[in-house]
Design a protein around this ligand. Sequence first.
Ligand code: ADP
Length: 585
Amino acid sequence: MEAARLSSTKPVQALKPKKTVSFEEDPMTKVSDALPLPLYLTNAVFFTLFFSVVYFLLSSWREKIRTSTPLHVVNSSEIVAILAFFASCIYLMAFFGIDFVQSLVFRPSPDVWISDDEEENEVLLCKEDARKVPCGQALDCSLPPLPAQAPIVSSQKVFDEKAVTVLTEEDEEIIKSVVAGTTPSYSLESKLGDCQRAAAIRREALQRLTGKSLAGLPLEGLDYESILGQCCEMPIGYVQIPVGIAGPLLLNGREFSVPMATTEGCLVASTNRGCKAIHLSGGATSVLLKDGMTRAPVVRFSTAKRAADLKLYLEEPNNFETLSLVFNRSSRFGRLQGIKCAIAGKNLYMRFTCSTGDAMGMNMVSKGVQNVLDFLQTDFPDMDVLGISGNFCSDKKPAAVNWIEGRGKSVVCEAIIKGDVVKKVLKTSVESLVELNMLKNLTGSAMAGVLGGFNAHASNIVSAVYIATGQDPAQNVESSHCITMMEAVNDGKDLHVSVTMPSIEVGTVGGGTQLASQSACLNLLGVKGASKEVPGANSRTLATIVAGAVLAGELSLMSALAAGQLVKSHMKYNRSNKDVSKASS
Ligand code: ADP
């Protein structure tokens, strides 16, 4: 929070909230609650008034026609009736009509800011004037002004429509104390016991501290309880990422609709085309080669000799049984598979590998490793544990150890794409694909000195599927390690294509997988939660789906490149007709 204050480009005093309440949604609170009279009462009065005066005016009009009196001759009670008619019309129009019409035109942001900068205020006020919202007494007249910066997009609408949380006087006090630094922002959840309210207050305080509007970053629509202590600290909202669907991917005889969360145009369409080519050719097959998450602590001794002593102890098969008993105590699912050691002088790196059921397994393996380190301390009291992770694991960094040894799930996935599918669906030829794969994915990557990057764009598919299914997107680094192979088969008629991915780190329990939207995507794939039959079956299936989707993505992008279509299709899917310069102004 302190950092946020320091980084603010304007002094805090330069901006002040226009009102003491902000209008974020609380499903239980309505803006109309703040009105002096209940809405049903004023509605009833004006409805009755409207129908009474209409009845009265029509009767007197009929009477005038009958007695041949000119219609424009009105007595005092008729004048009162006409005035009452207009008053009720204005009320009813405002209540039922104008809001509807306004909602068709645009929805303003819920953020309420006015700047001390006169010029800026003028702009804001002009925009407000242009809206000219006529409002009757019963209306919510407090429609907030347009945001100073963010353009209004339709995807925001659903949240802004519901943005009616009224921050109470008490909340206002808390906001002030957060702004003043007397209440730490991180403590709001524990102090209030209400995660949604904590997020709303933090967001409001942040806007005041920074002087920046958060219009466009939705607050409503996320279950803040579900992320507490698990997924994200100090939330102020969430980022929306569209989810597209590629498939069906025919893999090991089953069809999967693959959800992909991305903002890169073309990606889903391209993967979808790859799925089509695979499907028309009879499907892909994938094999799980290995399944083990790793963690490698670093320990230090006073001599290299002592470090080597521990290495030999750990590699002695007789000791493995004892160590795995100690390790496995940490979880019903974590099962030690092996320990690989590397020495650097008097420092020892011990890479523990274990199966983790349906969890991606980082927590699980870390707990098991901690058990073993505690156990080893008895026989090796001079062992100095420097860190439970010594980077020989290796998590979220490109590393040869993962490429060679594997981490998480190691999967190979293959398909034979028929020659006519290559021609009709992928719009290229088997020869061109084989040649391009050799020169780009193999030779080109060797020339660039890549580590695990012998592919066209595995990380595109991995990231999109990871985000959609609640995986840790940072593990895209090693999970995208992939070598794509292409070969002409069946006398050169057909294409054999494969992807080999040694480090797919996925889980279907824990982390972000339990959040509502991510869980829905896992459900779509039929791998939600823990597998009832065989622990780990869901996460292993998910790993094969990731590899299958990568295979589809590789096929399609390589074909686009071979056919020289890449730029053309990107111009079609990545560039809408919108004038980008206008959109951002
Ligand atoms: P990670 O180890 O991937 O960080 P967590 O520790 O957050 O994951 O989640 C794993 C938790 O889920 C553990 O407490 C574990 O006991 C529980 N769990 C329940 N069912 C399973 C299963 N089938 N496979 C793995 N873990 C499971």
